[in-house]
Design a protein. Structure first.
Length: 269
């Protein structure tokens, strides 16, 4: 099995330092697999990756793995999509702050509580944090939306969004996993949610927990949780609701990824 761009990316520090000559670690990993760049050009390669460097070099010599991967293609497509956008005009509608660094425009805004700098070819996290390609695609989708409408405060289900039927099963699975994790642990959910900035909400009359998160400035997410009641043979339930304008900011895939990221943070040990 040929090594992939993601295999290489996992071995890199993923700080997007640029010391290899590429703007991002993903760009460097793509060049290693697709264009024969030497993995050793990363000056911060951990010792454990030296064996992989040799195996990748052997793969390069055989010409294997040169077909472009969908993730890298998707990221490049999103970068191309936002390239002509005027970041200054997008700042206010997206709840962001416009800035420039060496002539490069960027938008600064919070993502799960961390303030990011999103350039047209780079997503920069605070020191010590790591951006994944999936994060970048989500964030570029957010920028590309243009922020046409402000949140209304009206909550809707994922299933009510156009063309969501085939993907609704994925959300249901995620909700079931979250409910199972916090069954009998409502107070723990409450503490963890508060740590991630959840604000009290009142939508359901009988939910044991109701909290509104703001993972992105204009994309609130509401979590409703009903704890298990074994004596009533009632299993724990969790449901996510979204502002009625969510479709103006994220596509269905990005919205699912956002929910996954929220669940990962709530359940992390």
């Amino acid at each position: 099995m040929a090594y992939t761009v993601l295999d290489v990316l996992k071995t890199l520090p993923r700080t997007n330092c640029g010391d290899c000559g590429q703007a991002t670690c993903l760009a460097f990993a793509t060049r290693v697999i697709k264009e024969g760049e030497e993995l050793a050009k990363c000056p911060h390669l951990p010792p454990a990756a030296l064996k992989l460097a040799g195996e990748v070099k052997s793969q390069q010599e055989k010409g294997e793995g040169r077909r472009r991967e969908s993730l890298a293609i998707s990221l490049e497509a999103m970068e191309a999509k936002i390239a002509p956008l005027d970041f200054r005009d997008l700042a206010q509608p997206l709840g962001a702050v416009f800035g420039e660094e060496d002539g490069r425009p960027y938008l600064s805004f919070p993502y799960f509580g961390e303030t990011l700098l999103v350039f047209k070819d780079e997503v920069r996290y605070p020191p010590g944090s790591v951006c994944t390609p999936w994060d970048a695609i989500l964030l570029y989708n957010y920028l590309a939306s243009g922020g046409e409408a402000l949140p209304t405060g009206t909550w809707i289900t994922y299933q009510s969004l156009p063309n969501s039927v085939s993907k609704a099963k994925t959300l249901a699975r995620l909700e079931k996993e979250l409910a199972g994790h916090f069954a009998g642990k409502t107070e723990e959910l409450r503490r963890r949610a508060a740590a991630w900035g959840a604000q009290p909400a009142q939508v359901s009359e009988n939910a044991d927990f109701q909290g509104a998160f703001h993972p992105l400035p204009q994309v609130p997410v509401l979590l409703l949780f009903w704890d298990a009641e074994p004596e009533e043979d009632f299993q724990a339930l969790a449901h996510f609701l979204f502002d009625s304008t969510v479709g103006d900011y994220l596509d269905l895939e990005s919205l699912l990824f956002l929910v996954e990221q929220l669940i990962d943070r709530l359940t992390a040990e």
